[in-house]
Design a protein around this ligand. Structure first.
Ligand code: NAD
Ligand code: UPG
Length: 435
């Protein structure tokens, strides 16, 4: 089927190439001309495992074309809206200007019976508000939130845990859902659970899922705070409670907490929207989830100051990791980069290493020093902070690393290292939530 994808960022570009890999004829549209030029050549503008190959195949086979001219969407039967919904400047609310602009640009090119599919994460009530504009030209709006994780984006798109549609009542909604079923025929044939619901529920499913994940992470980080004052070990605690099938071990990794372009801004936007609806109390706990999360960053800085004898000024600080999570080059609200910047602000000579995110990190924090070679980053360090759990850091040989640094002191912000092995190699090992 001919489909269009408007907005080709981490979500949209992967969605477009994935739809092409399912055999659809895809036209991708983005207002960022440099991004369009790169994608049109089959070159990914960001790092995402498996995406380069998928993109090159889709473009090479002629199944994916990319343009900045939205008129090219004409003739597609399904149009996916994948533009950003960042946190608005000066408030926690979502900035919907990109979604508004994308829908406005699409409407003049829509025909009767076509379907506009919102995939961006939006505050509840957005779809109902946008639907009239789409329906005015005889098309139908479906809200189909996306749950992919960066680092696993291709697999999550092609083999999702579930597919959720928010559709309007009646025949138009049923027809639109049927057309979208044709696009997603392959994952549906694999038995992917499907939930078809109203717009509000579909929008809420997305922010509820991210709120739950954020809460689970902050819960274990709150336990880490308790472990720190009481002398417990949060890793053992997480293992023990995670054995309970009702709790589960996933998303109980204590450490520097959550960052990225989704969880932080989504819980803030949820609180802002709930306030507007007069239901702020229902999700007020998310304020605590956010506060616990940011306290972890401050605690990591304290720990660095402590092991440096009370003063960071002049010390060489090796920060391993800039991306908000491994297998991504995304530095949006990255806890690692935040801690690096705070230590730089205290006068430390901070050198940041990351296998993929240095260019993005440099754009965001230009005053930090960056080093692409891991051994060079470690050389002469007074303290080493592991802030993103890349495999490269897990695989470090602690004896070899000890020979490079000035002082063998390591702070494991992600529970990434084998504590016993590092201690055996002469390192002073400290971690959040562990004795
Ligand atoms: N990144 C993820 O892992 C992920 C997962 C699930 C949901 N989401 C949601 O998906 C949405 C997109 O997130 P992202 O991470 O891909 O953002 P992003 O910033 O990486 O990409 C957004 C893209 O939209 C383009 N754009 C903006 N306005 C446009 C317009 N009017 N027409 C065409 N293109 C336009 C931008 O140039 C950019 O390339 C957000 O709502 C986000 O919350 C993201
Ligand atoms: O036990 C854990 C798990 C994760 N994190 C951190 O939490 C953040 C988010 O991780 P993750 O959820 O894996 O990455 P995202 O790619 O941001 O994905 C989330 O946000 C997306 C955008 O909405 C959703 O689609 C996904 O389902 C949701 O997991 C990262 O900083 C991780 O380091 C922890 O600190 N401890």
């Amino acid at each position: 089927m001919r489909v269009s994808v408007v907005g080709l960022g981490y979500l949209g570009a992967v969605h477009a190439a994935s739809m092409a890999s399912l055999g659809h004829e895809v036209v991708g549209v983005d207002v960022d001309v440099a991004r369009v030029e790169s994608l049109a050549l089959g070159k990914s503008p960001f790092f995402e495992p498996g995406f380069d190959e998928l993109l090159a195949r889709a473009v090479g086979a002629g199944r994916l074309s990319v343009t900045s001219d939205v008129a090219a969407v004409a003739g597609a039967r399904v149009h996916f809206v994948c533009v950003g919904t960042p946190q608005a400047a000066g408030s926690g609310a979502a900035d919907l200007s990109f979604v508004e602009a994308a829908v406005s640009s699409l409407v003049p090119h829509l025909g009767p019976g076509e379907v506009v599919v919102g995939k961006s994460t939006v505050p509840v009530g957005t779809a109902a508000r946008l639907a009239a504009r789409v329906e005015a030209v005889g098309a139908t709006l479906v809200w189909n939130p996306e749950f992919l994780r960066e680092g696993f984006a291709v697999a999550d798109t092609l083999h999702p845990d579930r597919i959720v549609y928010g559709v309007p009542d009646g025949e138009a909604g049923r027809r639109a859902a049927g057309l979208l079923d044709e696009v997603y025929a392959a994952p549906l044939a694999e038995g992917t659970p499907q939930v078809v619901t109203d717009y509000a529920t579909a929008e809420l499913v997305k922010v509820a899922a991210n709120s739950f994940l954020a809460t689970k992470i902050s819960f274990i980080n709150a336990m880490a705070e308790l472990c720190e004052v009481a002398g417990g070990d949060v890793t053992r605690l997480a293992d023990a409670i995670g054995h309970d099938q009702r709790i589960g071990r996933k998303f109980l990794n204590a450490g520097l907490g959550f960052g990225g372009g989704c969880l932080p801004k989504d819980i803030r936007a949820f609180m802002a929207r709930a306030d507007e609806l007069g239901a702020g109390e229902a999700v007020a706990f998310l304020g605590e989830v956010d506060a616990i999360n940011t306290r972890r960053r401050a605690r990591m800085v304290e720990l660095a100051v402590e092991v440096l004898g009370g003063d960071v000024a002049g010390a060489r600080v090796a920060v391993l990791g800039a991306a908000f999570k491994p297998d991504s080059d995304d530095v949006r609200d990255s806890p690692a980069l935040d801690v690096a910047a705070r230590l730089d602000g205290l006068g430390g000579h901070v050198v940041v290493h990351d296998p993929q995110a240095i260019d993005n990190a440099r754009r965001k924090e230009p005053s930090l020093a960056y080093e692409r070679d891991l051994e060079a980053a470690l050389t002469g360090a007074d303290v080493v902070l592991v802030l993103t759990e890349w495999r490269h850091y897990r695989d470090l040989d602690p004896a070899r690393a000890a020979a490079l640094v000035a002082r063998p002191q390591v702070l494991d912000g992600r529970g990434a290292l084998d504590r016993e092995a590092w201690q055996a190699a002469g390192w002073t090992y400290r971690a959040l939530g562990r004795p």
